[in-house]
Each structure stands twice: as C-alpha cells, then as structure tokens.
Design a protein around this ligand. Structure first.
Ligand code: ZN
Length: 330
C-alpha cells in the first residue's frame, strides 16, 4: 500500500453501532481515537449519514491530529454496491440506505473536504487482515466472516477483488447442497444456510427435536434462546451433541475452504467474526475436512487461520481502502 499521508479514518457501519477510529499507515488504530455511537436505523437515512460524519469527525478530534494529517475516510458497510455509480444497492439491515449514494452523502455531510471511500464490510475485513493482520505480506488471501450470516472478502495480488459487477466474493452463498435448505438469498443449500452462527443454532435445534440428548436440550425445548456461544461452551464442558454440531459446522466450512483453494489458490484462508470464539474446536474441524478434500498439492503452502484483528478488522480495512484507493470513492 502506498500513500504519502500518514493517517486515514476507518468507519465500520453496522446495524447496531457505528465505530470509527484513526488508523496510521501501518494499520494501527490510534487508541484515543476510538468512537462508537448507536446507528439508530429507525431514525432514517439523514440521521445515519449525520452520525457517520459525526463519528469520523469526533475520531479525528479525539486522536489529537488535524484533518490535514488525514487523507480520507473509509466506510465499511454491509451490502451490495454499484461501484460504477457509487450506490449502496441493498443492505438488509440498513433498509433506509438502500439505493442511496452513501459515500457522496457522507462526503457532503463532513465539515472537512476530504475523500470518502465506501466498501463492503467483509471486503474491508479481508483487506484489514491482509494489510495489518494475520495475512500481512500475503498476496492472495480469502476471508470468511462468520456471524449471523457468512460474508467474504478476496484479496488477489494485494488488491481487493470486486468482480465485474461489484457483487463478487459472496462466499457465504456458494452452494454445498443442490436441494438443501432455503437461504436468505433465495437460493438453496448455501454455505450460509449451514455454517453461519444462525444456521449452527438451527441445526442444534433440529438435532434436539429428533431426540438426541444434550445438556442444552431442556433449555432448547423450553424455548430459551440458544446461541452458538452457548453451544461452544457446552461442547467444552463435554456435551457430545454440541461438539458434533460445532464440528459439523467446521466440516461445512472445510468444504468451502477447498472450493476456494480450487478456484482462487490463496496462501491464506482466514476466518473472522463472532464464531471464531469457538477456537481450535472449530478450526481443527475446518482443517481436517480441508485436508481430506484438497487435491493437487493438498494444503501445502496454505495457512488456514483465524484473523488476529478481531472486531477491528473491518475498521482497519476501511481505513486501508483510503490508502489503497479501493471501493466507491466520492
Ligand atoms: Zn445464499
């Protein structure tokens, strides 16, 4: 990544929080600059745009730097984008922003005249890990974000890959089962419908319904909310069903890893997001399945890892977009 400027603002726009921070050219967040505000989706587009600009401005102020030291604002957002026309086409959790030229709106709202780059949040996480995290120095990296859904980011030859229509790297919607369960995207059998945190919990409930014993079964039958974290904790305590379900999630992800090896041939396949809290139990299941299925040179020269930037990957990668001039610019 080359740039004369020493800092960029990264903003991570989520359905619940907007997080911002000032990031240096090595991908480090200036600690004093961290800002988090409520997204306030229900308050509408103008509110969110103003909150994004406000968070960016407060981050710069809190960092003790001047805007002259900052070469732009990178904004990571969920959704699908029209990169040619600078439009956020669709983000299910930010309905009021759909169809809007978000980068342009934020640029207009900022009190300072600076460039704004808009990029998909999973792409940001991929760029963040490749630039400043576990993939530092790697040319080719594939990243899966594991949360309520499964997102993806692909870095090829050191650059984020968008595809020809800007809708590439939707790794969660690769199909594992031709006649599988319905996915939120409208297709059937997608990875996301089997291996996201939401899908892992669903598979757990399905297994309990068939009568399989589990320490969490009574809670599940009583209608209590079961989370993927609870399944992991139960697995650690020796609950066999919880362990089986989690390892099955790992197997599905291992298949997806091999699909990516066969298509992209990356040096690093990285996972980030809440479900990486399941640690080695999940990672080993992913690796075992990938090792069984990888053809040609197998897993030689490939690292299958969890990211090291945690929840900061998206924010750091958003700032990275400013340095690499990636994303929709306004
Ligand atoms: Zn899908």
């Amino acid at each position: 990544m080359t740039s004369n400027s020493r800092y960029a603002v990264g903003v991570d726009l989520g359905g619940t929080f907007i997080k911002a921070g000032v990031v240096d050219a090595q991908g480090r967040i200036t600690p004093s600059s961290r800002i988090s505000v409520d997204t306030g989706c229900e308050k509408g587009m103008q509110w969110i745009v103003a909150s994004i600009a406000d968070a960016a401005e407060r981050a710069v102020e809190a960092s003790g730097l001047a805007w002259d030291d900052v070469s732009g604002v990178g904004l990571g957002s969920p959704g699908v984008f029209d990169f040619d026309n600078g439009i956020l086409i669709f983000a299910p959790n930010l309905i009021c922003l759909n169809g809007q030229p978000l980068a342009r709106l934020v640029k207009k709202e900022l009190a300072y005249d600076t460039s704004v780059y808009l990029e998909n949040d999973a792409n940001c996480a991929g760029l963040g890990e490749q630039w400043a995290g576990i993939g530092r120095g790697a040319k080719n990296l594939v990243l899966f974000t594991l949360g309520t859904g499964i997102g993806g980011g692909v870095v090829l030859d050191g650059k984020l890959w968008h595809g020809s229509r800007g809708v590439g790297a939707e790794l969660g919607h690769q199909v594992l089962f031709a006649d599988g369960v319905k996915c939120g995207c409208g297709n059937r059998g997608c990875l996301e419908a089997y291996a996201s945190a939401t899908a892992t919990v669903r598979r757990f409930h399905e297994a309990v319904k068939t009568g399989k014993p589990s320490a969490l079964a009574d809670k599940a039958r009583a209608g209590a909310k079961v989370t993927s974290k609870m399944i992991h904790e139960a697995a650690v305590r020796g609950d066999v069903l919880s362990r089986d379900i989690l390892e099955e999630t790992g197997r599905f992800l291992g298949i997806a890893v091999v699909n990516m090896l066969n298509i992209v041939d990356p040096e690093i396949v990285c996972f980030s997001g809440g479900m990486t809290g399941a640690g080695d139990m999940l990672l080993n299941a992913i690796k075992d399945e990938a090792a069984k299925r990888a053809c040609g040179p197998g897993l030689k020269g490939v690292s299958i890892v969890f990211g090291t930037l945690g929840n900061d990957a998206g924010l750091i990668g958003a700032a990275g977009c400013v340095f690499s001039k990636s994303g929709i610019s306004a």
